[in-house]
Design a protein around this ligand. Sequence first.
Ligand code: SF4
Length: 444
Amino acid sequence: MKTKVYIETFGCQMNVADTERAATGLRIAGYDLTSAAELADVVLFNTCSVRERAERKVFRRVNEVRARARKSKPIIGVMGCVAQLEGEAIFDNAAGVNMVVGTRATDRIASLIDRVRIGETQVSDLGERATGESWEVSPVERHSPHVAFVPIIEGCNKFCSFCIVPYSRGREKSRPASEIVAEVKRLRDLGYKEVHLIGQNVNSYRPRSEAGLEGIQGATAFCRLLRAVAETGMPRIKFTTSFPRDFHPDIVAALEEFPNLCDWVHLPVQSGSDEILKAMRRGHNTTDYLRRVDSIRSSRRRLALTSDIIVGFPGETDANFQDTVKLIEKCHFDALYIFKYSQRHGTPAAKLPDDVNEAQKKQRFLELEARHRQLQKGIHESYIGRQVSVLVEGESTRSARDMTGHSSCHKVINFHGGAANPGDLVNVLITEAKLNSLYGEYVN
Ligand code: SF4
């Protein structure tokens, strides 16, 4: 019988994409994948280190699996960002872990498992990706039969003072455009309706060679890649995350040229105070950011804009926070992901005094959220009476007679089903604005 591997994934889309690649490689190497940890001979945790809480959760899960599997004793591995950061110290901190697999060792997991199976008790690989490594993902390992994640760049060179990613994911490395375009064409031929070009900062994309971009115009390599991917005819293309400093107005021009590039830009600002942005080492100030927002808002297409904000960064005064409130009033974000600052060991900001107390952080979080909700309500209501294109994902969890999906502007749309099936691209007439979604009627 084949050895069964279970992979549990924490964190962002990049980790989901790494799990898909790891599963593809393991199946090629002769392993079987299972969705039940208790049936597995090998249990892998693909980890996220962005917040310390997420890291602690992984170690809790390792203990749970060990406790439940006293007799069967599966091989246990920690992969991803926590593995890269903590390295072999994990063997001391989490009894029972046999494998530590860094963020660039995804393709070597099968050989690490083989080493444990023939008797080594602790193996680790924190090395770089091998040159010419395959990014191929088998369709059976993809998280959805309709939407696929396509990594275009990994790592980050920005070193924002609060963030651990440059240390866990390493420096920026762009995939050749020829590989990306070929992958999108394959996905299109397999019937996928939507791809997400993903990376910590997609618009910092800088491939080493021209391959795949020949004859394609654009102000930056990313603008050219967007056009090259759009020319494949994939029905819908989204991209995330964009870094403000590298957001060129030609990205908006590309969105206007190609209807299959979706109506959505995620552009994290993190704070509305120039003083705090400087302490965060973001490399942009509010004037730079608002200039990018203007280019997005003045597009001929109606583009949805979403963002991330951290409240309670060290040294953030009430006045700094009020600058953030004013900024969201100017930007009218379609969605806003608000986080209370928490110190991340190993980052430059962790050396600053965490001087905004928990009660203040909570109060700022709630105030910002309430103001954003008011603004968002107006945005959602403005969709009533409009038709939006929706990729159907399945039945709504709220009502069996309704279907659910995402619009091109990346909003959750629930609608009265009609003849729609998962994977269909349909038009929906919006009739109601809800708190986190829109509701409408299927339009034949
Ligand atoms: S741009 Fe800043 S916040 Fe984003 S991954 Fe890089 S260091 Fe982290």
